[in-house]
Design a protein around this ligand. Structure first.
Ligand code: SF4
Length: 337
């Protein structure tokens, strides 16, 4: 697979995770529990971490949430970003509590003096700030607004910045990124905001983020789904995998047709679920018949080519054995493991 040439941006550290420059593209998600429910929030963070998330964002809407955030930060296995709106004191509190980054929309922090207070706290604690410009909260041109915010922060000599320019429109998102790249080189957090439910949202995100990533744009991404955050992480991994931007297992599976004589849909889903738990950069082909089956199965690291109630198992191009359908998954994973 030809390598995508990444747009070179400045490197910023989000806790233990560097983003920008040549660093791997980091996967983010956001908890959707009440932040005050520390146990549930940490449970979701751990589930996201296990699914392959690199950085987690947690909302801090009020003082009680800020107190919970401090505890969550202490126990989180992932760097934690505090999501702040309207109240600059919460941003300052989250920074003092050890937030690995804060995300603000400068447009909804009233008054430049309050922004300066946030900057002073972030400078003191070396905390990066994501300037999040969102089409849902402005009618202005996203890139022009981002540049305006950057200019203000730069005038305060604060450049520990990450930018995000998000819209629920894919064409608007692409246009905004083309413009901002001509003006600034801060790392870019990319996403299609409010993309939708799990299925449509993942497809819409794949179209939008795929277009950006294929042009080398994006240092960290979040797939925004109206669903469990773990689904966001899985979708993000699949988008990166499809472009060869992450090392993780991949299942190639035929779409099935009238020739299929074993349960390829069931097999492909089972193989995919089992592979997700393995941290191996391998490709497994699950194919229905001899038309394309042996060819794809032989090209993949491992493969199954189905027959009538049975399948042939391949490993690295070699046909190994013919196995009854009921034993295919077990035999395949014996080999993989
Ligand atoms: S590999 Fe065989 S079963 Fe699968 S879609 Fe192609 S022809 Fe049909």
């Amino acid at each position: 697979m030809p390598q995508i040439k990444r747009v070179r941006t400045k490197t910023i550290r989000i806790g233990s995770v560097p983003i920008g420059g040549k660093n791997p593209i980091a996967i983010q998600s956001m908890t959707n529990t009440f932040t005050t429910d520390i146990r549930a929030t940490l449970g979701q963070i751990r589930a996201c971490a296990e699914a392959g998330c690199d950085i987690i964002r947690v909302t801090v809407p009020d003082q009680k949430a800020l107190e919970a955030f401090a505890e969550i930060k202490k126990q989180s296995p992932l760097p934690v970003v505090a999501d702040i709106h309207f109240d600059h004191r919460l941003a300052i509190g989250a920074i003092a509590a050890g937030a690995d980054k804060i995300r603000i929309n400068p447009g909804n922090i009233p008054g430049r003096a309050k922004l300066k207070e946030i900057i002073a706290a972030a400078r003191k604690h070396h905390t990066p700030i994501r300037l999040g410009v969102n089409a849902g909260s402005t009618r202005k041109d996203l890139a022009a607004l981002a540049v305006e915010y950057c200019t203000f922060f730069e005038a305060q000599k604060f450049t520990n910045l990450v930018l995000s320019l998000k819209s629920s429109s894919v064409p608007d998102t692409l246009a905004a990124h083309a413009k901002i790249l001509a003006k600034r080189n801060y790392p870019l957090h990319i996403g299609i905001t409010e993309a939708g439910t799990a299925y449509y949202g993942a497809i819409k995100s794949a179209v939008g983020l795929g277009a950006l990533l294929s042009r080398g744009i994006g240092d960290t991404l979040r797939v925004s789904l109206t669903a469990d955050p773990v689904k966001e992480v899985t979708a993000a991994r699949y988008i990166l995998k499809a472009l060869g931007l992450i090392k993780c297992p991949e299942v190639i599976a035929c779409p099935t047709c009238g020739r299929t004589q074993i349960d390829i849909i069931g097999l492909a889903n089972t193989v995919e679920q089992k592979l997700q738990k393995l941290n191996k950069n391998i490709t497994v082909a699950v194919m229905g018949c001899v038309v394309n089956g042996p060819g794809e199965a032989a090209r993949a690291d491992y493969g199954i080519a189905g027959g009538k109630g049975q399948g042939i198992i391949f490993a690295r191009g070699r046909k190994l054995k013919t196995v009854p359908e009921k034993d295919l998954v077990a035999e395949l994973f014996k080999l993989i493991n």
